[in-house]
Write a protein that binds this ligand. Structure first.
Ligand SMILES: [Zn+2]
Length: 257
């Protein structure tokens, strides 16, 4: 069986980067303990999966995970569900998402696709979920202007965490402590106003306090792309003492071992 890995279908964040497709915005694919899933299938998720089809087959997915309902995180969710289930011919998979985007006025999921799924799980803060031997937990609520969660996956005793969109606040450290691998959405170079996103200073603070073995920054806004994600990653490594800080690129595969 193929080993555990994550694969970046997209590394772009913010409306400008998405609109100009300076980076793809397809989210992150994972294969953990034989369970294949996608986190935040933004615009281009299906296209990027099809491009890497030998590795990432939509019909083999069994988990679709949404952190929140902004378009750069969920635009392709309906497409991915339709492809995963072959238009509903093969009922399959579980969708995990915040309640406010499953039903009601901010709903992003097409009603007609709901019966195609085996299960729909509504996220609650700091709850553990399991799916075919994959165990993961939601974080507490992020500060992002809408219902938003990050996640931690458990690979034996080791923890892989995704800090999705959020402003910096001190509880983040407690949600993501003891992570061996930490993937962080780094949108801004500097948060000048009160944008509900992390900037370099906030990520540096988190890396120092959480102290992962391997940190990966992704979901870059325009200011980070202008500065150069590699340069930012090197700066973070230097300033935090974490030896391995990786700037994600579209199509990057990271083995988890
Ligand atoms: Zn967002």
């Amino acid at each position: 069986m193929e080993g555990n890995f994550i694969y970046f279908l997209g590394t772009g964040g913010s409306r400008h980067v998405m609109a100009e497709q300076l980076r793809s915005t397809g989210g992150t694919f994972f294969n953990i303990n034989g369970v294949r899933g996608i986190i935040d299938p933004g615009p281009g998720a299906l296209t990027q999966m099809v491009k890497a089809k030998s590795l990432l087959k939509p019909e083999e997915l069994s988990a679709v995970i949404l952190s929140h309902g902004h378009i750069d995180h969920c635009n392709d969710v309906n497409l991915v569900i339709d492809s995963m289930t072959r238009g509903g011919l093969r009922k399959r998979g579980t969708l995990f998402a915040p309640g406010e985007i499953l039903n009601g006025k901010n709903q992003v999921l097409f009603n007609y696709l709901k019966p195609f799924l085996e299960k729909i799980e509504k996220f609650e803060p700091q709850k553990t979920y399991s799916l075919n031997g994959l165990s993961f937990s939601s974080s507490g609520l992020h500060q992002h202007g809408m219902e938003t969660y990050g996640f931690s996956f458990f690979l034996g005793k080791e923890k892989l965490s995704f800090i999705t969109d959020t402003a910096y606040f001190s509880n983040l450290v407690e949600f993501y402590e003891n992570s061996k691998w930490l993937v962080v959405n780094l949108v801004l170079e500097e948060n000048c106003g009160n944008a509900k996103h992390l900037d370099i200073k906030g990520v540096k603070e988190l890396l120092i306090k959480i102290d992962p073995e391997i940190a990966v920054v992704t979901h870059f806004g325009k200011s980070i792309l202008r500065k150069g994600p590699q340069k930012v990653a090197s700066q973070l490594a230097r300033e935090t003492g974490i030896k391995k800080v990786i700037a994600a690129e579209d199509g990057l595969k990271i083995k988890l071992n």
